[in-house]
Design a binder for this molecule. Structure first.
Ligand code: R5P
Length: 268
């Protein structure tokens, strides 16, 4: 692997722990102003000191984030449909060129494929082209294994989609955690795996999910709603970090969340 590629990857997956806490705030690309991200900058700025990378779209980056911040960027470069389009949900193509990603000095580009959809071929071939272009500039790619509303979320599906993304040439795979057999997903994937957070669940359950995923071989989380829709996002991201980077137990992380939540309340 070339120096530039290694350097960018090491800015995301931190060498000290081999783990990463990716903060995902790219939801607007198909959901519009998601709850918690209406004023994206106000939500994200206090979280930046605790994020190993910020995942978002080029519009959100240019309009909401100061170019002076010191956080590696994972840029979403796929899209094309909204949540209103039931028939072609997540039928994604390229929404940002690698050239513009270079201009934005990003550390990684992210693309969603939808394995199993009637239009899977479009998403897979478009991603393959992005990988070729990104590699030419030493930019790693993150494959988001999207899952359609009616599709079965089990280890068999996650294994297939994750391995497929890796065989296309992705450098990191983002998939969903499943209770039964998640270790078979990480074991059969030759590149690092991170989990998406998914819909908001109680904080302790989200910490449990992160803990289980790390125990089953994930290198981290690419978490959005379970952080920015938390009662205390700043406390939650630190609790997630303690699980991912420090190996905290769920109880320890939840205690940390509660004590930090108290502190945030008394200082505001
Ligand atoms: C979905 O495809 C987006 O890429 C989100 O970034 C991803 O789902 C992670 O966010 P959340 O933890 O809210 O699911």
């Amino acid at each position: 692997m070339d120096w530039g590629m290694k350097n960018r990857l090491s800015r995301i997956i931190r060498p000290a722990s081999g783990k990463t806490v990716m903060l995902a705030v790219d939801h607007g690309y198909f959901m519009g102003p998601t709850s918690g991200l209406e004023k994206l900058d106000e939500m994200v700025n206090p979280l930046l000191p605790y994020a190993d990378t910020l995942m978002l779209t080029r519009g959100a980056l240019r309009y909401y984030i100061s170019p002076e911040v010191d956080v590696p960027i994972t840029l979403r470069v796929s899209g094309g449909t909204s949540i209103l389009n039931e028939e072609e949900l997540l039928h994604e193509g390229v929404t940002c060129s690698v050239e513009d990603a270079v201009r934005l000095n990003v550390s990684c580009v992210a693309f969603s494929i939808l394995v199993g959809a009637p239009y899977e071929r479009d998403t897979i071939l478009a991603f393959a082209e992005v990988i070729d272009e990104a590699r030419a500039y030493g930019i790693p790619t993150l494959c988001v294994t999207a899952v359609g509303r009616d599709m079965v979320r089990d280890a068999r599906y996650m294994r297939l989609a994750s391995r497929l993304g890796a065989e296309l040439g992705a450098d990191i795979i983002k998939t969903y955690y499943v209770e039964d057999g998640f270790e078979t997903v990480t074991e059969s994937c030759p590149v690092p795996v991170v989990i998406a957070g998914g819909k908001k669940i109680p904080e302790k359950e989200a910490l449990q999910m992160a803990h289980n995923a790390i125990a089953a071989g994930a290198v981290g989380v690419d978490m959005g709603r379970n952080i920015f829709q938390s009662e205390s996002p700043v406390a939650m991201i630190q609790a997630v970090r303690s699980v991912v980077h420090e190996g905290a137990s769920v109880d320890e992380a939840f205690d940390l969340y509660q004590s930090l939540k108290g502190e945030v309340k008394t200082t505001t």
